[in-house]
Design a protein around this ligand. Structure first.
Ligand code: PLP
Length: 440
């Protein structure tokens, strides 16, 4: 797609120059695909710095940021306290490959907040967390099959880059090149929120006794935002318990985002294992998986399931994560965050209600997504009528007016405690202007 004149040549010259050089050296010019703005079709932003709710690109343009590094920055960019503590920690050594007190402290804070996590192990990315949790579940149960749900994202390791097959066969298909069929055949992919399909699988299918784990995002936030239905989660909990299957909640986004106890606290459902990431590193690379002690103790060095990492439990990330948790544990934090988010969401919802076309705003706490062309989706399959062209227009309109939202309609928008009322209302008013001119 051609680059739009107004968003590149005049005001974003330096971004475009750097991107052109990057593209010669780095595939697609980026180190994670969505950063390339491929869905938008304009040259991507090259960012320079951030503070609070604002980021600046290399050309000096400012944007109110609703991507927030895809979730970690719940306190906004560069909270002073964390920046200072992080620098102090770096001055004493940034990595050792030896156990530190900071790991114990963050482990204590997280397991206190989420009682289902009796034990926890730190890794460096959400991908590692889910990959390790699956290996652990297989090691613990001695079973091979994994169940996931379409539209749920758990990182980029082989066994979870799988989507539901189409047509009559329902054989799982890899959603990426390079993933062998021998791996994919052990993953079963069902429709999200489809309780009947879960019952069918655990009661009637030939695989019913071979399932090591069910993994899901209890609040799906990688297809916009789609929360699980209570009955769906309850059925999953019951069926997995009955069949000695490990229930894994991937709370890499929802953990510490939707509330102090994550989605599991919100729904009152206790998983066997939980994966965390994003917020717990306070803007540095840290993630974790944890759960029942009986399962976790299967990990090396106590048990036979191997798992390791050079930078796992990195002390700079641990300090930043701990300070982040301290901030968000303060009374009223989530209420304030919700109030901020509502400043945008309520106005947009009301404006869309006036329109004849099907649209929705789905919100859980400080996460939300605007869907044009879709009415209250409950699964990825429900998004087939999504008006991605209208989303693309909205992105460009906001971008040209100093607001940066995730450059894909399949992502959640993130509000932080650093977002100012002024910037939230400015964003809301821009969206309302867009809706009045473009949605019918
Ligand atoms: C971001 C994310 C991951 C992957 O985490 P990385 O740190 O990017 O590897 C896994 N699961 C969910 C739900 C995520 O949102």
């Amino acid at each position: 797609m051609a680059l739009t004149e107004s968003t590149t040549t005049s005001t974003r010259k330096k971004s475009a120059e750097i991107y052109q050089k990057s593209a010669k050296l780095i595939p697609g010019g980026v180190n994670s695909p969505v950063r390339s703005f491929k869905e938008i079709g304009i040259s991507p932003m090259i960012v320079k710095r951030g503070k609070g709710d604002t980021i600046w690109d290399v050309d000096g343009n400012a944007y109110v940021d609703f991507c927030m590094s895809w979730g970690p920055l719940i306190l906004g960019h560069v909270p002073d306290k964390i920046a200072i503590a992080g620098c102090e920690r770096i001055m004493q050594g940034s990595t050792f490959g030896i156990a530190t007190e900071e790991e114990m402290k963050l482990a204590e804070a997280i397991t206190n907040a989420m009682p289902s996590m009796q034990k926890i192990r730190f890794v460096s990315s959400g991908t590692e967390a889910t990959m390790s949790a699956l290996r652990l579940a297989r090691g613990y149960t001695g079973k091979e099959y994994i169940v996931k749900f379409s539209g749920n994202y758990h990182g980029h390791h082989d066994s979870l880059l799988v989507q539901a097959g189409s047509g009559v066969t329902l054989l799982p298909q890899s959603s990426s090149g390079g993933v062998p069929e021998s791996v994919v055949k052990n993953t079963i992919c069902l429709r999200y929120n489809d309780t009947e399909a879960v019952l069918e699988l655990f009661r009637k299918s030939p695989h019913k006794d071979k399932i090591a784990a069910v993994i899901l995002e209890p609040i799906a936030a990688n297809m916009g935002v789609i929360p699980a239905k209570d009955a769906f989660l309850q059925t999953l909990r019951e069926e997995t318990k009955r069949t000695n299957t490990v229930l894994i909640f991937d709370e890499v986004i929802s953990g510490f985002r939707v509330g102090w106890q994550g989605a599991q606290g919100m729904y009152g459902i206790t998983p066997d294992l939980t994966c965390l990431g994003k917020i717990i590193g306070g803007g540095f690379p840290a993630a974790a998986f944890g759960g029942k002690a009986e399962i976790m103790d299967c990990l090396a060095p106590l048990g036979p399931v191997y798992q390791a990492g050079t930078l796992s439990g990195n002390p700079v990330a641990m300090v930043s994560g701990l300070l982040t948790l301290q901030e968000i544990s303060k009374k009223g934090f989530y209420e304030d965050l919700l109030e901020k988010t509502n400043l945008i969401v309520q106005g947009v919802k009301a404006a869309l209600r006036q329109k004849r076309s099907k649209n929705s705003v789905v919100q859980v706490g400080s996460l939300f997504t605007i869907y044009f062309g879709v009415d209250n989706p409950s699964s990825k399959e429900d998004l087939s009528s999504l008006n991605t062209e209208l989303f693309r227009k909205l992105f460009i309109f906001l971008f040209e007016n100093g607001v940066y939202i995730p450059p894909s309609n399949y992502e959640a928008w993130f509000v932080s405690s650093a977002h100012t009322k002024e910037n939230l209302l400015k964003t809301r008013d821009l969206i309302l202007t867009f809706i009045n001119q473009n949605v019918f």
